[in-house]
Design a protein around this ligand. Structure first.
Ligand SMILES: [Zn+2]
Length: 324
């Protein structure tokens, strides 16, 4: 089970990072996650050859049912584009209207639940507007979780990091998030993932920043390394696709070694295994300013500037495009 705590908004956890972070306890589920949510209406969405059963629980939604179904479809499309197809043949999404509120919140995704290999429950405030749905990241984040095996608690950062890393990339590649907006958020968010003093590596430091953004930073560095080692022919999405192709979806429990091996096999590089060995056990810092400079992207007073002759500009351009 994976829960979205990345942040409630695009403030990037300024609020959440300030409060203590505890991982949600896994067992003691009170009945099923759909309990106490009678369904008002539902629709089956086709996403390529996959079927998404979207259920709307009782309650009012200002935006209307169609806007909700379109929102799920759009998120599923971004995930499908990133992976080449939707990672599961079947999934179920339960949308629970939140009384008197607006905005998307409380996303949680389970493997093998409610009769589906992937099940997401998410709350949409009754006053949520279509514009808020169009700008939402959480639905994409949750569906991305379906494309990764369930790991043990120590490796929870690998699950949250992948969803945090992939979600904006997938939306940018699908044309749902502008390139400028993507880099603005990435440059603002990644510093949250750097180790603080006392950090003991990603497997042993379960803070909010290290779990979500530390994990995302791990995959960003992996992405760039894979591109550098393959003459820009492969990226971390090939590793992620390889993990899914090997059967690594949320309805399967895998040991971490199997994830690293399947990912590395797909790129023909040892990048994930080597990076994991270091980052899991020690506080690895990244010189982000130097990295942005190499990629040819800079945020100056909130405005994004690109430098197409930077050392790694070609790598950045490949990251911005949908892969084959
Ligand atoms: Zn998550």
């Amino acid at each position: 089970m994976v829960i979205s705590l990345r942040s409630g908004s695009r403030i990037f956890g300024v609020l959440l990072a300030a409060v203590s972070f505890t991982l949600p306890s896994l067992p003691a589920q009170q009945g099923s996650p759909a309990a106490n949510h009678p369904v008002r209406t539902e629709r089956s969405l086709a996403v390529g050859s996959a079927q998404l059963q979207v259920k709307l629980a009782e309650g009012h939604l200002d935006a209307g049912d169609s806007a909700i179904f379109e929102w799920v479809q759009r998120a599923a499309k971004a995930v499908s584009l990133y992976y080449g197809s939707f990672p599961l043949k079947q999934a179920q999404i339960l949308v629970v209207p939140g009384e008197g509120r607006s905005g998307v919140s409380h996303g949680t995704t389970w493997g093998d639940m409610q009769g589906a290999p992937g099940f997401t429950r998410i709350s949409v405030g009754e006053h949520t507007t279509s514009q808020e749905l169009a700008a939402d990241w959480m639905m994409t984040h949750e569906l991305t979780h379906m494309a990764f095996p369930s790991l043990t608690r120590d490796h929870h950062w690998m699950e949250e990091g992948m969803a945090t890393y992939i979600e904006p990339v997938a939306r940018m590649q699908a044309g749902q998030l502008s390139r400028e907006e993507f880099w603005k958020e990435t440059i603002a968010g990644m510093p949250n993932g750097e180790p603080a003093s006392g950090d003991e590596g990603l497997d042993r430091t379960h803070t909010w920043g290290r779990t979500y953004w530390g994990g995302a930073l791990f995959y960003l560095v992996a992405d760039i390394s894979i591109r550098q080692q393959t003459g820009n022919r492969k990226g971390v999405e090939d590793a992620f696709r390889g993990i899914v192709a090997a059967g690594g979806t949320i309805d399967h429990d895998w040991p971490v070694e199997k994830v690293l091996e399947a990912g590395d096999r797909a790129t023909g590089t040892p990048v994930l295994t080597r990076l994991y060995r270091k980052w899991s056990q020690s506080p690895e810092t990244v010189d982000l300013d130097a990295l942005w400079k190499d990629l040819g992207v800079q945020s100056i007073q909130g405005e994004i500037h690109f430098n197409e002759s930077a050392k790694l500009a070609a790598v950045r351009r490949m990251m911005e495009q949908p892969s084959r």
